[in-house]
Design a protein around this ligand. Structure first.
Ligand code: APR
Ligand code: PHB
Length: 389
C-alpha cells in the first residue's frame, strides 16, 4: 500500500490527525494495535481547554459536544477541611473550559471516521517503522495473519506512551525528562448526581477530586498508595475516605452509590525531545505524559495535532517552515502544560516524606491564591490553556 502519511495509533491524537488530513485531501492510513471496542472503552479525564473545543469545532467534530458538554468557568479548591477557593476564569481572563468526557471525543472521532470512510486498520500487530531518516520511509505490520507494508512520505507516531514510534529515535539523538510521583489516583465512576462544581481537595489525608460526566454520572478520585490494589478499596472505604477529605458543606451534598468502574492510575511526568526524527513525527502521549491533575493529557494531544496537521498540509502546498519548526513549537506548549500539571500536583497532594512545615507551606500557597487576583489570573490562564502559536 502507498500513502502520504502513515499514522501509528488511533487514540485521540491519531484519529484527529487522520480526520484533519482527510478533510484537507492529504492521503493517510491509520494502524491501531487494539480493537475498536477496546479503544472506545478506555476511561479518560473530562475537562477540555477552550482551544481544544475550538479546534474540534473548526473540524466539524463538535455537534454532540455542543449539546452535551457544559461550559465550566470556575476552578474550586478546598483545603484544611474548611477553606474553599473559587476562581471564575471567565472573569479573570475571559476564557472558560468545557466539561465533556474525553471518552466521548473518541466516540465522536470514530463516528466521523465511519462517516468519511476513513482507513483505520484495527488489530494491527508487530508494527515496525523503517527508513525514517530517508525520503522513502515505510511501515510493516501484520493483520489477520498476513504481513503488510505501507510506503509513505511521513510517519506520525501517535501510539501513546507504550508505543513503538518513539523507539525509532536512536537513544543518542533523544533526551528524556521524567518524574514519577510516589502515589496514584484511585478513581470511580458512579451513576449518581455529581456535585454542582468541579472540586479539587488538598487534605492532610491526601488529594481528592470531585468531577462529573453528565447529570447522572459522577467521577471521583482520591490519592492512594500506588502499592494498593483496587481490591483494597471497597465502595464504602472509597466514599468514607472522600467524604473525610471534603469540607462539610460539600460532604453534606455528596450523593453516594455503587461504583460502576474503579481503577488505580500511577502519576508521571515525562517528555521526549525532540518530537521529530527525520520524517517521523511524534504527537500526544507518544512524546509526553502529564499527571492527570489539571486534565492536560488530551488537550496536549489536540494541540500537537493542530500543529502537525498544519505542518503536513503546508508541506503539500510547498512550504516546509511549520514542518521544520514543529518539534520546537510543540515542545514549548508541552512544557507549559508539564510545568503546570507538576505544580498543581505538588500543591494538592500529600507526599510520603511531607513534614508539618511542607503542609503549612502548601496551605499558605492556597491562602495566597485565595487572596491574590494576580495569582488567580496566572492559575486561570494556564488552567484554561495557553494560547496556540
Ligand atoms: N501499534 C499500533 N498502535 C499502537 C501501538 C503499536 N505498536 N502501541 C500503541 N498503539 C495505540 C494504542 O492502542 C492507543 O489506541 O496507540 C493509541 C494511543 O492512544 P493514547 O494512548 O490514547 O494516546 P494519544 O492518542 O496521544 O492521546 C492522549 O488520551 O489516553 C489519553 O491520557 C491520554 O489524555 C491523553 C490522551
Ligand atoms: C476528570 O473528570 O476525570 C478530571 C477532571 C479534572 C482533572 C482531572 C480529571 O483535573
Amino acid at each position: 500500500m502507498q500513502t502520504k502519511v502513515a499514522i501509528i495509533g488511533a487514540g485521540p491524537a491519531g484519529a484527529l490527525l487522520s480526520h484533519i488530513l482527510d478533510r484537507a485531501g492529504v492521503d493517510n492510513i491509520v494502524l491501531e494495535r487494539q480493537s475498536r471496542s477496546y479503544v472506545l472503552e478506555r476511561i479518560r479525564a473530562g475537562v477540555l481547554e477552550w482551544g481544544t473545543v475550538e479546534t474540534l469545532r473548526e473540524h466539524g467534530l463538535a455537534d454532540r459536544l455542543d449539546v452535551e458538554g457544559h461550559v465550566h468557568d470556575t476552578i474550586n479548591i478546598a483545603w484544611r477541611g474548611t477553606e474553599t477557593l473559587s476562581v471564575d476564569t471567565s472573569e479573570k481572563i475571559d476564557r472558560r473550559m468545557m466539561a465533556y468526557g474525553q471518552t466521548r471525543i473518541q466516540e465522536d472521532l470514530y463516528a466521523a471516521a465511519d462517516a468519511r470512510g476513513a482507513s483505520i486498520v484495527f488489530e494491527a500487530s508487530d508494527v515496525a517503522l523503517h527508513n525514517v531518516t530517508t525520503d522513502s520511509p515505510y511501515v510493516t505490520y501484520r493483520v489477520n495473519g498476513t504481513d503488510e507494508r505501507i510506503d509513505c512520505e511521513f510517519i506520525a507516531g501517535c501510539d501513546g506512551f507504550h508505543g513503538v514510534s518513539r523507539q525509532a529515535i536512536p537513544e543518542s539523538s533523544r533526551k528524556e525528562f521524567e518524574k514519577v510521583y510516589p502515589f496514584g489516583w484511585l478513581g470511580i465512576l458512579s451513576e449518581t448526581p455529581p456535585l454542582p462544581i468541579l472540586l479539587y481537595v488538598n487534605h492532610e489525608r491526601g488529594f481528592g477530586l470531585c468531577s462529573m460526566r453528565n447529570p447522572m454520572l459522577s467521577r471521583y478520585y482520591v490519592q492512594a498508595p500506588i502499592t494498593d490494589s483496587v481490591d483494597d478499596w471497597s465502595d464504602d472505604r472509597f466514599w468514607s475516605e472522600l467524604v473525610g477529605r471534603l469540607p462539610s458543606e460539600h460532604a453534606d451534598q455528596l450523593v453516594t452509590g455503587p461504583s460502576i468502574e474503579k481503577s488505580l492510575a500511577p502519576l508521571r511526568s515525562y517528555v521526549c525531545e525532540p518530537m521529530r526524527h527525520g520524517n517521523m513525527f511524534l504527537a500526544g502521549d507518544a512524546a509526553h505524559i502529564v499527571p492527570p491533575t489539571g486534565a492536560k493529557g488530551l488537550n496536549l494531544a489536540v494541540s500537537d495535532v493542530r500543529y502537525l496537521s498544519r505542518a503536513f498540509i503546508q508541506h503539500y502546498q510547498g512550504d516546509d517552515s511549520f514542518l521544520d519548526s514543529y518539534s520546537d513549537m510543540a515542545l514549548r506548549r508541552v512544557w507549559g502544560a508539564v510545568r503546570f500539571s507538576w505544580w498543581l500536583t505538588t500543591l494538592l497532594h500529600r507526599f510520603p516524606d511531607q513534614t508539618a512545615f511542607d503542609q503549612r507551606a502548601q496551605e499558605q500557597e492556597l491562602s495566597y491564591l485565595a487572596a491574590s487576583a494576580a495569582a488567580q489570573t496566572a492559575l486561570s490562564e494556564q488552567y484554561v490553556g495557553l494560547p496556540f502559536e
